[in-house]
Write a protein that binds this ligand. Structure first.
Ligand code: ADP
Ligand code: MG
Length: 225
């Protein structure tokens, strides 16, 4: 199962589903960074999405790698800590295959490489209240499903669920990295916006697997707002 490519158009559907989820919840993410950071996260995400959409309009992508590269460049051109980190994360995902769409095994390798590059530059471990808290369990879960030869749909769903659980776990933490670490105890009780964004990205991948992706269920964000 895992050496067959994901269905045609997966990359394009993923990017569009991700844009929709972010556009729907930018204000909620912005509010999290206002409460536990310096308040620029919403503006950073909005700027990255605007740049990514401009890239797509100027040079319409023709492959999975091109879709993910357009997103990567949108984030790389953005300020804050999250912009460059997500930019490098998407660059690894763009590189994971030479084919029109990745196989689950290639996708898993890309996700692990994305996590590794975020950790290499950001030096965050699980428990530091960052995007790593969502990305690390997601990468582990996908690798385990791929190793077990599970169906891609179930593997992507389990990956998204692991990311949401990991993101939700940041509520009870104080931050050891990023600007939220400057506010100490104030950050406890607030979901980490970067971890929440990482979970939305992986939920969008699961939602994009079928030919007609449904919207991402973002109601879990409200439970902790
Ligand atoms: P800044 O902290 O510079 O204001 P943003 O507001 O753009 O950056 O992004 C904040 C998010 O970036 C946090 O919610 C966290 O998930 C993530 N982040 C911050 N520092 C790191 C780091 N060293 N490693 C991984 N992620 C980080
Ligand atoms: Mg910030």
């Amino acid at each position: 199962m895992t050496d067959e490519a994901l269905p045609a158009g997966f990359g394009q559907r993923w990017v569009h589903t991700m844009f929709d989820a972010f556009l729907d919840r930018t204000e909620a993410l912005a509010d999290l960074d206002r409460r536990a950071g310096d308040g620029d996260f919403g503006a950073n995400i909005a700027a990255a999405l605007r740049r990514a959409r401009e890239n797509i309009a100027t040079e319409p992508p023709g492959s999975y790698s091109a879709w993910l590269t357009a997103v990567s460049r949108g984030f790389l051109g953005t300020g804050g800590t999250s912009g460059p980190l997500f930019g490098m994360f998407f660059r690894e995902l763009a590189r994971c295959t030479g084919g029109p769409e990745p196989s689950p095994a290639e996708f898993s390798t890309g996700l692990s490489a994305g996590l590794a590059t975020v950790q290499r530059y950001g030096k965050a471990e699980v428990g530091h209240k960052t995007m790593v808290d969502a990305l690390a369990p997601a990468a582990q879960t996908l690798a385990a499903h791929v190793a077990a030869g599970d169906e891609p749909e179930a593997a992507l769903r389990a990956t998204a669920d692991a990311a949401v659980t990991g993101a939700s776990s940041t509520v009870s933490l104080v931050a050891a990295r990023g600007r939220a670490s400057y506010v100490g105890e104030v950050a406890r009780g607030v979901l980490d916006p970067g971890a929440a964004a990482a979970a939305l990205i992986l939920q969008a991948a699961a939602a994009a697997y079928p030919d007609h992706p449904g919207p991402v269920d973002t109601t879990w964000l409200d439970a902790t707002e």
